[in-house]
Write a protein that binds this ligand. Sequence first.
Ligand SMILES: Nc1ncnc2c1ncn2[C@@H]1O[C@H](COP(=O)(O)OP(=O)(O)OP(=O)(O)O)[C@@H](O)[C@H]1O
Length: 386
Amino acid sequence: MSRIRVTNLTKRFGSSTIVDDLELTIEEGEFVVLLGPSGCGKTTTLRCLAGLETPEGGTISFADKVVHDAERRVSVPTHKRNIGMIFQSYALWPHMTVRDNIAYPLKVRRQKDALRTGAVEKAAGMVDCEQLLDRYPSQLSGGQQQRVAVARGLVSEPDLVLFDEPLSNLDARLRDQVRTQIHQLHQRLGFSAVFVTHDQSEAFALGDRLAIMKSGRLEQVDTPQQVFDEPSSDYVAQFIGMANRLDLTRHQDGWKASNGDVVHLGDRTPERGSTDTVVARLRRDDLRLHRPDDRVAPGTTVLHGTLVTTEFGGRHHDVLVDVDGQKLTLQADTREHGGWLPKAEGGHPVVVSFRSSDVRVFDAEGRAVRGASVVTPIRATGSATS
Ligand SMILES: Nc1ncnc2c1ncn2[C@@H]1O[C@H](COP(=O)(O)OP(=O)(O)OP(=O)(O)O)[C@@H](O)[C@H]1O
């Protein structure tokens, strides 16, 4: 295992720059999740690390060994990089048994000792597949195939394990199972990893650090808790589930939504003279629903709107509220609202409240605002604790 360092990585396809001057360090044993929407360049970045793409610019080094340097025309081929790869499509060899699939990386690297001393059986055991060793991939379920692929990715104790959306083809239950298994294996074995996904819950669950990608660049690199608490931009906030957006304007008597309701921004209130319009973001579970005559705790913001739709979800109702054209989504507790909410029709007047401590505020350029400061801690290198 070793520290992986990526500097100024640039990859173009034709005239399009897909990975744009990217900087990232993966500490020894660190699990970094590359998170971003479809097409932002996650897989291309992973393929550059693997040596499956040739970047036009930048360097990649594994510990002291430079495996790619565009300027010096150094490019170590994939099979000499000591990486493990686990793909969305499993990519098992269909004509080989599970045993031969798992053994494949050891054979390619001529690791005869590992083959002799039971590394294949040990890797299969780590993912509960010992009893499947003589089967072919077509005789396995999707979850079993992916577990075999994980065993194959780890068997040679690689410097870096690359995961390209490995859970996407699995149904919800299996996805959770395999995710937990990957998490436990990482805790036990301590391999360095880059895991590509567009699923924020996977990213939060697995990552030591998250690297959030936008158009080939890293927008924020931080621990899951820090990304959750302090998204550095409106783009990140939206991507990690702050689905509710309110456009606010500065007035003499405070920041107001377009319907004239005053919104309390607490210690995120922008300084005088800094900006006159901001975007406030909130999660669904930051918002509470009330009827117009309900009492609301002092100090909370109240927004007057109308009901658009409600959908029964068991313990809660999914509710969509219109506040002067801006749609807010929230979950209303069935035990609190089950009496009146299912009978209320679209257009019914309602009130939504939230605490100022839950609001995140972004300026016109989308940068996080926290009182006097604009927060732009894009920490692309170094460990979470450094
Ligand atoms: N070999 C290629 N030739 C030309 N364009 C490519 C090639 N590979 C990828 N691209 C383009 O690069 C962009 C980024 O693709 P990439 O697969 O890296 O995105 P991604 O973030 O992993 O997306 P997804 O989550 O959908 O897999 C896309 O617009 C894609 O069409």
